[in-house]
Design a protein around this ligand. Structure first.
Ligand SMILES: C[S@@+](CC[C@H](N)C(=O)[O-])C[C@H]1O[C@@H](n2cnc3c(N)ncnc32)[C@H](O)[C@@H]1O
Length: 248
């Protein structure tokens, strides 16, 4: 990874990482600890996929990595050789550095707006990865931005590589508002240890910042940019979240 790309780029005004970190990170940690978003099941599937798909050393770019607590566990005992995490938040990257230590692979951490950084990275043909992961981060973007990010991701993959998208996905024919309503009904029902204030934070965050797409929309984008195959590797029992793999 050349040093020239390790630059800080002005953050996207529409997403304020410090605010996210201070106000919502603790809540996100609680949600992860209680497994309310199904990280345990999802990352077991990711671990199996990485084990089976890569018999040789591989590199990973993790976009919107957060503290990579689950990614680092999924990478344990795989052939990971080099991991690069991108995030807007410094404390998240510090956590990621700590969590990745167990894998003993080479690591790089880049602070900046991943949507801008991926375009920067894609300009240099030497920046290529076997796996690119975006987990619970793409849904903050509008459709044109998602489309453009996936276009850059395609350029950043080594032939034979995979883009893995873990994210909230709405049903075909389900509107964004109906998805948010359905998700929040599940939160009320199953996220039983949230305080009323925490529930309001989840509600506010989802209503203002979450824009899930349908699987069909994501598949159409994958075909537009010439991915050779597209698979749904995991779908949760409530049909709110999926892991999708796009094959270079
Ligand atoms: C919900 S967390 C997901 C963290 C981790 N990938 C996971 O699955 O648990 C979303 C992460 O994306 C980061 N993020 C959001 N927008 C970003 C942007 N434009 N550039 C870089 N990181 C961003 C946030 O700082 C946060 O760490």
């Amino acid at each position: 990874m050349p040093d020239s790309i390790k630059v800080e780029i002005n953050q996207n005004e529409s997403f304020l990482p410090k605010k996210f970190f201070n106000e919502q990170w603790q809540l996100y940690q609680k949600v992860l600890n209680k497994n309310y978003m199904g990280h345990h099941e999802i990352y077991v599937v990711l671990h199996e996929l990485l084990l089976n798909y890569f018999q040789k050393p591989f590199t990973m770019l993790d976009i919107g990595c957060g503290d990579a607590s689950f990614t680092s566990q999924a990478l344990l005992n795989t052939q990971i050789a080099e991991y690069t995490g991108i995030d807007l938040s410094n404390p998240a990257l510090k956590g990621a550095e700590k969590n990745l230590a167990v894998t003993k692979c080479k690591t790089n951490f880049i602070k900046g707006d991943c949507w801008e950084l991926t375009s920067e990275l894609a300009k240099n043909k030497e920046n290529k990865f076997n796996v690119i992961l975006i987990s619970f981060a793409l849904h903050h973007l509008q459709i044109e931005e998602k489309d453009n990010l996936i276009k850059q991701v395609k350029k950043l993959l080594i032939p034979g590589g995979i883009f893995i998208l873990i994210d909230i996905v709405r049903k075909e024919e389900e509107s964004r508002d109906n998805y948010v309503k359905r998700y929040l009904e599940n939160v009320e029902k199953y996220w039983s240890l949230l305080t009323p204030q925490e529930y309001s934070m989840v509600e506010n965050h989802m209503s203002s910042s979450d824009f899930p797409e349908t699987q069909q929309t994501l598949q159409t984008i994958s075909e537009k940019y010439g991915f050779s195959d597209f698979k749904c590797v995991y779908r949760d029992s409530l049909d709110t979240t999926q892991m999708l793999s796009f094959y270079q």
